[in-house]
Design a protein around this ligand. Structure first.
Ligand SMILES: NC(=[NH2+])NCCC[C@H](N)C(=O)O
Ligand SMILES: [Mn+2]
Ligand SMILES: [Mn+2]
Length: 306
């Protein structure tokens, strides 16, 4: 990818149950994400972090006037509104926004910002569907809801999210699903989204699946958002995540996926924005998960063995 990559840290953990993902941006920087991008031949500029008050100083205010539960909803909205602005500005400057989370609710901000001036498709690399609404969520954690919020589904009170941006369900493809809540299953089945599960990857191989996912996300859109949740990778390989699910993608499959994205981008300039989320350094072993996050990011930007 030829353009300058602007790194935007979003050290937010309001959307997750377990403390620690707020340290994700530091850990991924420590794993030399900027140098790895330079090695891949792209210019990376670090914009620093959004300022985010610590969760202890806040009240989870679960008594929101909404149906169901969404903890720290106001706080998540505040951060995502600021992130949306930063992402939109970055794109307006002709640069590429790379958002480092933080829990997966940061994707609400990245996607809304990326979709402001474009019809946006997305590839969601994740063990989870993240399509819960406050009414269906078993946990009340907003990191299980970012796709619902971005699509304007569910009762998010009077939040700006209710006004859906230019993201259509049929332009979203999941890759690697393996943990879906009971009520969420119906939401995914009844949606227009395309879902490639781990079984699809077993059967067809990662490269073929990602090629198809790219077809879905580029069809009728102006560009693609890549959302990379590190719990997509098998927890034996990437243990530093708050909601690990066994049976995930291997180290090589993960690289193959991001390499496939970058090949298509090299030919067609399709990727507009990306976020790398859910790295939890407290649960990690020797910063391994953050290192994999940084490596996969470099693969997405064209880093190759030869
Ligand atoms: N981005 C994530 N790690 N999401 C995990 C979501 C887990 C579960 N589905 C929930 O709603 O609570
Ligand atoms: Mn997720
Ligand atoms: Mn996940």
């Amino acid at each position: 990818m030829a353009t300058t990559v602007r790194i935007i840290g979003a050290p937010m953990d309001y959307g997750a149950d377990r403390r620690g993902v707020d340290m994700g941006p530091s850990a991924i920087r420590y794993a030399e994400v900027a140098d790895r991008l330079s090695d891949a031949g792209v210019t990376a500029v670090d914009d620093g972090d959004l300022s985010i008050p610590r969760a202890e100083e806040r009240d989870p205010n679960t008594d929101e006037p909404i149906e169901g539960t969404a903890k720290f909803l106001r706080e998540v909205e505040d951060v995502c509104t600021r992130l949306e602005e930063r992402v939109a500005e970055t794109l307006a400057d002709g640069e590429f926004p790379l958002v480092l989370g933080g829990d997966h609710s940061v994707a609400i901000g990245s996607m809304r910002g990326s979709a402001r001036e474009a019809d946006l498709g997305a590839i969601w690399f994740d063990a989870h569907a993240d399509l819960n609404t406050p009414a269906t969520s078993p946990s009340g954690n907003v990191h299980g809801m970012p796709l619902a919020a971005t699509l304007g589904r569910g009762a998010f009170g009077d939040l700006s999210w209710a006004r859906a941006p230019r993201v259509r369900e049929e332009s979203i493809a999941y890759v690697g699903l393996r943990s879906i809540d009971e009520r969420e299953r119906e939401l995914v089945r009844d949606s227009e989204m395309t879902a490639y599960t781990m079984a699809d990857i077993d059967e067809r191989g990662m490269t073929a699946v990602v090629e198809d996912a790219l077809d879905v996300a580029t069809d009728g859109t102006d560009g693609v958002h890549v959302s990379l949740d590190l719990d997509w990778v098998d927890p034996k390989t990437a243990p530093g995540v708050g909601t690990p699910v066994r049976g995930g993608v291997t180290y090589r499959e993960a690289h193959a996926a991001l390499e496939t994205v970058s090949e298509r981008h090299a030919a067609e300039e399709i990727v507009r924005s990306m976020d790398v989320v859910e790295v939890n350094p407290i649960l990690d072993e020797g910063n391994e998960t953050a290192t994999i996050a940084a490596e996969l990011t470099a693969s997405a930007f064209g880093n190759r063995i030869l």
